[in-house]
Design a protein around this ligand. Structure first.
Ligand SMILES: Cc1cc2nc3c(=O)[nH]c(=O)nc-3n(C[C@H](O)[C@H](O)[C@H](O)COP(=O)(O)OP(=O)(O)OC[C@H]3O[C@@H](n4cnc5c(N)ncnc54)[C@H](O)[C@@H]3O)c2cc1C
Length: 491
């Protein structure tokens, strides 16, 4: 019987555990033990249920177009629990020069694809709009023999669409969502599609216009089946995102998982590996999957391979917090028919963004009550993380009053802190990840997984955990029939 120890019980570690369990079910002689330092499984995925409210403290959704979560949900039998957004109430505001503007219809990422909404929006100045339109005429940067050279999100957007587009749209929409600084973000690591789009279509407007047409064509060709849930851009679960990680833990086997147990070291043994826990326990295994944040992995890996550890040390993280505030609908004093507001850095506010959680996700608040969620921190405001929970709740409430006009007092506030919670895919990130992957390939029975490497999104983390299992199973000549040829190639 081969034994795999998984360190870290976030979505990546749980995806790894669930895959080992499926391999065992398929007849392979393999089992796992998972250790998680916190008292709860799920990592950044954390849902609290308070007085009928469903409150997600970390991710509240995933990108619908990425297949990994749907695949897992089908395996778990919880596909019907997926929750689309309530697009009848879809509206996104961007704060600009102190005023709220609608995100113009047809904007995809940061490129306009419909003329009138773009021409008539007050979000940009006329010189700004003309500069954005110049994207249609600016030639693509020539690609080298290995494809287009990497550059920062800032340099790419400013080069193609101008600085106003960066400051008013791309930074809050893209940099803000990643809680990352556009002047340091590697485009190849975060949005490689944009580099390809420039080469294939000659610019962002043409590229996104073609993408929009393709989506419309697919919708015409494959209309939703009668009674099927609408396919919206983002998807969640009716009981919040932790419903997914809980179902994964149940299916993989909670009896094989220990919470409140931190791994303090890993070391190669005569056969396999030894993992030491903070209570002094020594666990023996044939393989170890390190599914922690990269900064936690660095400490564990350094004695094993300083080259991997150095590459891990090069991955920065930023801290952030979400503050959910519950209100009586009659007291909140704003029109709740919107999904959220984005606050560009240029507005110099503490609030980065806010979500109208109970509008975007039906069922997040009991009847007659509403839920708003503010997002603070990020690379430009790490100082705010020193504030107490009470103060963070006051700050977010104050911001919601000033930005959205929220009245009334909240019924309660719930603060979630994510210290060093968001990896920063800065320039050189892909090189660091390649080093990590190449060097760990040389250690039989060692793999790393998680959001620090090839995608921060929840579906990417699932794939990362599964890839780590495929690496170690592959070393033992074990194959899983469920892996399609495409997945095998990918893994
Ligand atoms: C505020 C916020 C909002 C987000 N919103 C979205 C969103 O809407 N959609 C989306 O797709 N993504 C979103 N993300 C990103 C996504 O949530 C994360 O990338 C993903 O959940 C990370 O999963 P993971 O398993 O890699 O890591 P984690 O969830 O961080 O899990 C790692 C686990 O390892 C444990 N650990 C660390 N050291 C040890 C040790 N020595 N021994 C044992 N255990 C250890 C930790 O306690 C932790 O539980 C968001 C992230 C944040 C912070």
């Amino acid at each position: 019987m081969k034994k795999v120890i998984i360190i870290g019980g976030g979505i990546a570690g749980l995806a790894a555990a669930y895959k080992v369990a499926r391999a065992a079910e398929a007849g392979h002689e393999v089992e796992f033990t998972l250790v998680e330092k916190d008292e709860r499984l799920g990592g950044k995925i954390a849902t609290h249920y308070v007085d009928g409210f469903v409150i997600d403290g970390g991710p509240d959704c995933f990108l619908t177009e990425k297949p990994a979560i749907h695949r897992i949900a089908k395996l778990l039998g919880i596909f019907d629990d997926e929750l689309p957004t309530d697009d009848a109430r879809k509206r996104t505001y961007i704060l600009s020069r102190g005023r709220l503007h609608d995100l113009p219809d047809g904007v995809m990422m940061f490129a306009p694809t419909k003329f009138w909404p773009f021409a008539t929006t007050g979000l940009f100045s006329w010189p700004g709009k003309i500069r954005m339109g110049a994207d249609l005429f600016i030639k693509a940067k020539p690609a080298g023999p290995d494809g287009p050279a990497d550059e920062t999100l800032e340099s790419f957007v400013v080069r193609r669409m101008g600085r106003e587009c960066l400051d008013r749209l791309a930074e809050p929409l893209v940099g803000g969502v990643h809680a990352s600084d556009p002047s340091r973000m590697s485009l190849a690591a975060t949005f490689p599609r944009l580099l390809e789009m420039e080469q294939n279509y000659g610019g962002m407007i043409k590229g996104f216009y073609a993408a929009r047409k393709k989506v419309a064509e697919m919708r015409r060709k494959y209309p939703p089946k009668p009674g099927a849930k609408p396919r919206t851009f983002f998807t969640s679960f009716e009981r919040g995102m932790q419903f997914l990680t809980d179902a994964m833990a149940d299916a993989a086997g909670r009896e094989r998982m220990t919470v409140g147990a931190a791994a303090t070291s890993i070391a190669p043994a005569e056969e396999g590996w030894v993992v030491e826990l903070d209570d002094g326990t020594r666990l023996h295994a044939d393989a170890v999957i390190v599914a922690t944040e990269s900064w936690a992995a660095e400490k564990l890996i350094r004695p094993v391979d300083s080259g991997i550890a150095d590459a891990l040390a090069g991955i920065d993280h930023s801290s952030s917090a979400t503050v959910s505030l519950a209100f009586e609908e009659s007291q909140v004093g704003i029109d709740m028919n919107a999904f959220g507001v984005l606050c560009p850095l240029a507005e110099k506010r503490s609030l980065m963004a806010a979500t109208y959680s109970s509008t975007k996700w039906p069922g997040r608040a009991p009847d007659g009550r509403v839920l708003l969620r503010g997002f603070v921190g990020g690379p430009h405001n790490q100082a705010i993380m020193a504030e107490s929970d009470e103060r963070l709740a006051e700050i977010v409430l104050g911001e919601l009053r000033e930005v959205l006009g929220v009245k009334g007092d909240p019924l309660f506030a719930k603060v979630f802190r994510w210290e060093k919670g968001m990896p920063q895919y800065t320039m050189g990130h892909l090189g660091r990840v390649e080093t990590i992957e190449e060097r760990s390939a040389a250690h039989e029975g060692l793999a790393l997984a998680g959001g620090s490497y090839r995608g921060v999104g929840v579906p990417n983390c699932v794939e990362s955990g599964e890839r780590a299992v495929s690496k170690v199973l592959g070393e033992w000549g074990m194959e899983l029939a469920e892996d399609s040829e495409e997945q095998k190639r990918y893994y």
